[in-house]
Design a binder for this molecule. Structure first.
Ligand code: TNX
Length: 556
């Protein structure tokens, strides 16, 4: 086969994605061959190791470290803080060498990914196509991220993704210069993390006997058991693999709602004094189970034990406690819940959720970590001045001071639009923007025959027009609390890796650019220019084996 040689024809600046801050093609070519060396300077070793592994697999070139003689051609990786922040980099390619200089090791990695894009789509394969020639256009690139939190959330509860699939996603995130992986580990439909002191969480909580998602004729409705979980060693491997790629893993244990899998395994943690017709199994439906944790001392101790094990596995600053969509009906009917609220000095059972979240925000803070939760956690201030935050009134200045029950270091994932994020930032909490209307990747991406056409249509271009910074906060002190954004892939309708790819890609490519590149305001974003770069990017995804939604629509 010789076609690959022409496939990899040089191009002055082939569709870099995400778009760099500044890039200039200087008209020449650097040819790589068996004699090309890969030279890693001080601090660039880890990034060099990965880049060498990826490039040697794809190209078949040895890319050896330099020997005694001056090489004819070289790829050189350097760390130099003078370049800027740790994620910034420059890439200068001349006919003799390609030099990536990162402000830190992360910047070297990002520059390495840009270099790989310049090599053409065959550089994304795992084995060399015979006859491929390897060259880089000569360029001068200067680049760095707009936001420090460029995240992707994967829900592994509704449908489990085996470890290999997760590691593959980490590679895909790194290739798109993303740096946070939020792992939604528990929900009503399954508990997915081994906790050694609570074995039933995975023995029972990781398995549901059947799926009754949607309607009877749906492929998501079956009588098959569904489940799986990660051992602690699996998660340590995931964390290490991510860290190698400068990605932080944020684990999420969703409490006190979305907890039927926990209650199926440990019924005593639920509300036990009111009848409920939902059975004792891990939740087999989609949507939210009405079952909720009873926030008594036993439950609090139980989760302190769970989080103690979790902190040993996940070294990152943030631990996600969920806190979303907490059903209160069981509490409202439960004399024990009313008694518990009274014992805690709360106004009523509605304040049990804020109390519970606030407790864990402080528990984490005492251990040097920070809680992050869905925007419902802003209600967590009953015992402090001002009363609980009411998201219906985010512009009321009085509302901004009332998140005080939360530790001040707690951060918020703003998913119900922008309002929660706005209020949180004004109250001094850090914010990650993930408004469902914009960046929920489970939502369908076109009208018509999408495989599982849920929620609103969010096209590739809609995601490209997503703006993480609310205009009200741009340029303000409060705006500095907007750490960035993340795209969330919930998996009620995503039963396997193929479907995950279909929902996530290509929209994640647009998202990656939105959080990395300094784009103009949404109305001025050039979707045609983005599409032209995507035309270069699809072949990279093809080479990587990503089963994205084709631009023309789903396969028959
Ligand atoms: C809302 S976003 C949820 C999830 C669902 C998702 C479906 C959030 C905090 N809660 O539990 O999976 O909608 O799109």
């Amino acid at each position: 086969m010789t076609s690959s040689g022409t496939e990899n024809a040089p191009h002055p600046l082939p569709g870099l994605l995400p778009a760099p801050r500044a890039a200039r093609a200087t008209g020449g070519i650097l040819t790589l061959d068996d004699a090309t060396v890969l030279d890693a300077g001080e601090g660039a070793g880890p990034a060099a190791r990965l880049l060498r592994a990826e490039l040697t697999a794809a190209t078949g070139l040895p890319l050896d470290p330099p020997g005694a003689e001056a090489p004819a051609t070289a790829i050189r990786l350097r760390v130099d803080p003078a370049v800027g922040g740790p994620e910034d980099y420059t890439l200068v390619v001349t006919p003799h060498e390609a030099v990536v200089t990162g402000g830190g090791s992360a910047g070297v990695q990002h520059g390495g990914h840009t270099l790989r894009q310049l090599l053409g789509s065959p550089a994304y394969r795992r084995a060399p196509l015979p006859g491929t020639r390897w060259w880089l256009p000569t360029v001068e690139i200067e680049d760095g991220p707009r936001f420090g939190w460029r995240g992707f959330m994967l829900d592994v509860s509704r449908h489990f993704m085996p470890k290999d699939g997760v590691l593959r996603y980490l590679d895909l995130l790194a290739a798109h210069k993303m740096n946070v992986f939020h792992l939604h580990l528990t929900d009503d439909q399954g508990w997915r993390v081994e906790i050694r002191s609570k074995p039933r969480l995975t023995e029972q909580g990781a398995w549901r006997p059947r799926s009754r998602f949607g309607h009877r004729d749906s492929p998501l409705w079956d009588e098959q058991p569904h489940g799986g979980f990660y051992t602690q060693d699996d998660l340590r491997e995931i964390v290490a693999y991510a860290a190698d790629r400068h990605i932080t893993v944020v684990p999420e244990i969703d409490i006190p709602g979305h907890s039927q899998a926990t209650i199926a395994a440990y019924p005593e943690l639920g509300v036990t004094d009111v009848p409920d017709g939902t059975g004792t199994e891990v939740w087999t439906d989609w949507g939210i189970s009405p079952r909720v944790l009873f926030p008594g001392e036993e439950t609090v101790r139980f989760f302190e034990d769970v989080f103690s094990e979790l902190l040993e596995i996940f070294p990152g600053e943030f631990v996600h406690l969920g806190g979303d969509e907490c059903p209160r009906d069981q509490w409202e009917r439960s004399p024990a819940a009313a008694a518990r609220a009274a014992e805690l000095g709360l106004d009523g059972v509605a304040d049990l959720q804020p109390w519970f979240i606030a407790h864990f925000s402080r528990w984490l803070a005492e251990r040097g970590r920070r809680l992050i939760g869905w925007d419902e956690i802003l209600e967590s201030a009953p015992e402090h001045a001002g009363g609980p935050f009411r998201p219906a009134d985010p512009d009321d200045p009085a509302a901004t001071a009332v998140a005080a029950g939360l530790d001040s270091g707690a951060a918020v994932c703003s998913w119900r639009g922008y309002a929660g994020g706005l209020a949180a930032a004004r109250a001094g909490h850090d914010v990650v923007m993930c408004p469902e209307q914009q960046v929920y990747l489970d939502y369908r991406q076109a009208e018509g025959d999408e495989p599982f056409p849920i929620a609103y249509v969010r096209t590739l271009h809609d995601v490209y027009r997503f703006e993480p910074m609310p205009p009200e906060l741009a340029g303000t002190d409060a705006g500095r609390h907007v750490l960035g954004a993340q795209a969330n892939l919930w998996t009620e309708v995503v039963r396997d890796r193929r479907r995950a790819d279909y929902q996530a890609f290509p929209r994640l490519c647009a998202f990656a650019e939105v959080v990395w590149s300094s784009l103009p305001p949404p109305a001025e974003r050039d979707t045609a220019e983005f599409d032209r770069r995507m035309a270069h990017h699809y072949p990279r995804l093809d080479a990587l084996g990503v089963e994205y939604r084709p631009p023309g629509g789903p396969h028959p």
